[in-house]
Design a protein around this ligand. Structure first.
Ligand SMILES: NC(=O)c1ccc[n+]([C@@H]2O[C@H](COP(=O)([O-])OP(=O)(O)OC[C@H]3O[C@@H](n4cnc5c(N)ncnc54)[C@H](OP(=O)(O)O)[C@@H]3O)[C@@H](O)[C@H]2O)c1
Length: 239
């Protein structure tokens, strides 16, 4: 895969992990949080990784990864949308947790999380890296393809999806086509495959077994998490 310019918006557990790994793979990465780039001291010395303002990270990038809590997405998308090139491949890692994010009516009414993000940006979006715990994303990628962890990728077929598949593969995971973005509710929190580190075959089977009559139960499982600080601390301890 050629070297891509990649903007990572969100410098937390997922965005930070992706940015460091992608820079290590030879891509040119800009990373942003919600503040001045000088606050991103944790990335000092990482080759090909440049702290940036969010809008600058998105401007002209081949790939833009949005990795922020859902309650920050609407304002962020308004800022990013004018900066994206027509060809930019946008990846959304986000998950809606009402106990963390507060209520977002459109998501409560059944719109899949990333369909909502695509609408806010007014362009196609790929949902990927949302269904793996950050510590597993950091440590468990491998180039031994036998039995490696599968990662669901939902979004429109075409060159954009090929690019996302290529990045997933480069990061050491097996890309699994989870269909169009409208089907991405199958990889949301609480579903059978969510953060299970299944291999590709088991992931395909779990996605297929994720049915619309289970949605109320998936949401109940999602809503059992209430202490997000403790959950984040637990993941961070495994990083
Ligand atoms: N943690 C996991 O294992 C995991 C796994 C899969 C998916 N996810 C999902 O991926 C998303 C990110 O999760 P995370 O755990 O990486 O979150 P996190 O550790 O809390 O980090 C969130 C990052 O987003 C940044 N941010 C917030 N608003 C922003 C804005 N307007 N512009 C630019 N940056 C902004 C924050 O910067 P500031 O510090 O400046 O606010 C922070 O760097 C969430 O939707 C989460 O549900 C998480």
């Amino acid at each position: 895969m050629e070297s891509l310019s990649i903007g990572v918006i969100g410098a937390g557990l997922i965005g930070g992990t992706l940015a460091v790994h992608l820079a290590g793979l030879g891509h040119r990465v800009r990373i942003a949080n919600s503040k001045d780039p000088s606050t991103l001291t944790q990335f000092a010395g990482v080759e090909r990784l440049t702290p940036s303002w969010a809008a600058d990270a998105a401007a002209g990038a081949d790939v833009v990864i949005v990795s922020v809590p859902e309650n920050r997405v609407a304002a962020l998308c308004a800022q990013l949308a004018p900066k994206l090139t027509d060809d930019a491949v946008v990846i959304d890692t986000g998950n809606y947790y009402p106990n963390r994010d507060g209520r977002i009516d459109e998501l409560d009414n059944g719109t899949p999380d990333s369909v909502w993000v695509a609408g806010l940006l007014g362009r196609p979006v790929y949902k990927a890296f949302n269904s793996i715990i950050a510590s597993s994303l950091k440590h468990n990628g491998t180039h031994d393809r036998a039995g490696r962890i599968g990662l669901a990728v939902a979004g429109p077929a075409g060159p954009g999806k090929d690019t996302v598949f290529g990045l997933v593969d480069q990061l050491g995971f097996e890309p699994v086509d989870a269909g169009p973005l409208a089907d991405s509710w199958r990889q949301q929190p609480g579903t059978p495959s969510y953060c299970q580190d299944f291999d590709a075959d088991r992931l395909r089977a779990a996605l297929a077994a994720t049915t619309s009559d289970g949605i109320a139960e998936y949401h109940r499982r999602r809503d059992r998490i209430t202490d997000f600080a403790a959950a984040a601390a637990d993941v961070a301890a495994r990083m």
